[in-house]
Design a protein around this ligand. Structure first.
Ligand SMILES: Nc1ncnc2c1ncn2[C@@H]1O[C@H](COP(=O)(O)OP(=O)(O)O)[C@@H](O)[C@H]1O
Ligand SMILES: [Mg+2]
Length: 366
């Protein structure tokens, strides 16, 4: 079922958590919601699930106003990072649970429930776990069961809140592929929340980047990587270098910078910030450049150059070790970025890029 969210706002006390969210998820689509901790991802899912209510905005699912419906009426499948399976029930009984608690007239009979659970065990490739208790399962197996429990009720919408967040990287990768296969076969409309870029991009066709209660950008991995819509997205995508520059005729200028490899931008003349990709910069000796090589370290494949510029400006860049030019400590170097985003100080790239005060929260609540 398609989900349509319009102008959604939510605060807790004086903290604005959602600041006008607009998002459409197509029927059967799997969308990843990607953002740092505290950006409002869980709150948005809880509103969709009916566990929180917004101050303003619309939530329509398959044309029905869901804000008028109580949580039980929404048929949501929800999987959390730490999903508490019922510890005293076997996997089979955990999977059956949702089917045994529905309104009496919709409740399937015992034979039908057993058949549904068997099908689910096979479909999820966990029939051998059927008679185990949660304590006898690995973390990855528990999350497979948790997803099975969410799918058992044939949910209208599947909400996954960092479901693999507590697991090891290699298990996460396996589960990601498995989830993608499960999704391709069930076609459930799914929102998958994560703060891990790789996970978001590998899993979903469309990634929604959230920051400070707003959607900053929606796009594919390449679009978001190559054309971040705001300084926030550039930083979140790992653009760790920020150079103050002056734009003239669409080209960035700064002492010690050669921006001729970058396309000209349709941006007004004046102050701007360049976010060169740290993995796409080359350097050339230039005695007139303020950037002086202060240290170099090898990480095997890459060589990291620490450069000191005017005042307290400091940057580090990574070059492939085999093709990096030999440079001595103390050499002055000109920077030649091959890719990077530029944001004019005069005109934020999007309304969402305008800075807004929000108390920083480090902890993820779920
Ligand atoms: N029930 C609540 N009461 C007060 N503040 C909350 C509550 N739930 C979430 N918040 C705050 O809302 C912000 C967004 O939280 P959350 O939606 O959990 O973000 P995310 O899932 O992206 O980490 C945080 O600042 C968090 O502390
Ligand atoms: Mg969260």
């Amino acid at each position: 079922m398609s989900i349509s969210i319009r102008g959604m706002t939510k605060s807790f006390g004086t903290t604005s958590v959602l600041r006008g969210v607009d998002l459409t998820v197509g029927d059967g689509e799997l969308v990843a919601l990607l953002g740092p901790s505290g950006s409002g991802k869980t709150t948005l899912l809880k509103i969709i699930a009916g566990l929180e209510w917004p101050e303003a905005g619309e939530l329509t699912v398959a044309g029905t106003d869901w804000l008028a419906l109580p949580a039980q009426a929404r048929r949501i499948g929800f999987v959390f990072q730490h999903y508490a399976l019922f510890p005293h029930m076997t996997v089979r009984d955990n999977l059956a649970f949702g089917l045994t608690v529905g309104p009496r007239k919709q409740r399937p009979d015992a034979a039908k429930i057993a058949e549904t659970v068997d099908n689910l065990l096979n479909f999820l490739q966990i029939p051998h776990l059927a008679d185990r208790f949660p304590a006898q399962l690995s973390g990855g197996q528990r999350q497979r069961v948790a997803l099975g429990r969410a799918l058992a009720i044939e949910p209208s919408v599947l909400l996954l809140d960092e479901p693999f967040g507590a697991l090891d990287a290699s298990i996460r990768r396996d589960l990601r592929r498995w989830l993608r296969e499960v999704h391709d076969q069930t076609g459930s409309t799914t929102i998958f929340v994560t703060h891990d870029q790789e996970e978001a991009f590998e899993l979903a066709d469309r990634v929604v980047v959230m920051g400070d209660g707003r959607i900053e950008q929606i796009g594919s991995a390449d679009q978001i990587h190559d054309h971040p819509a705001s300084p926030f997205v550039a930083r979140f995508m790992g653009a760790v270098i920020e150079l103050p520059v002056t734009l003239r005729a669409g080209r960035a200028e700064a002492p010690g910078l050669d921006a001729s490899a970058l396309d000209r931008r349709a941006l007004p003349d004046g102050p701007a910030t360049l976010f060169p990709r740290p993995d796409a910069i080359t350097v050339q000796p230039d005695p007139a450049s303020p950037w002086r090589l202060a240290a170099k370290t090898s990480t095997g494949a890459l060589i990291r150059l620490d450069l000191h510029g005017s005042g307290d400006a400091r940057i580090s860049i990574d070059l492939p070790r085999y093709t990096a030019p030999p440079v001595e400590i103390g050499t002055h170097l000109r920077l030649r970025p091959l890719a990077g985003a530029i944001f004019s100080a005069a005109r934020p790239a999007t309304a969402a890029a305008a800075p807004t005060p929000l108390s920083p929260i480090k902890e993820n609540r779920l």
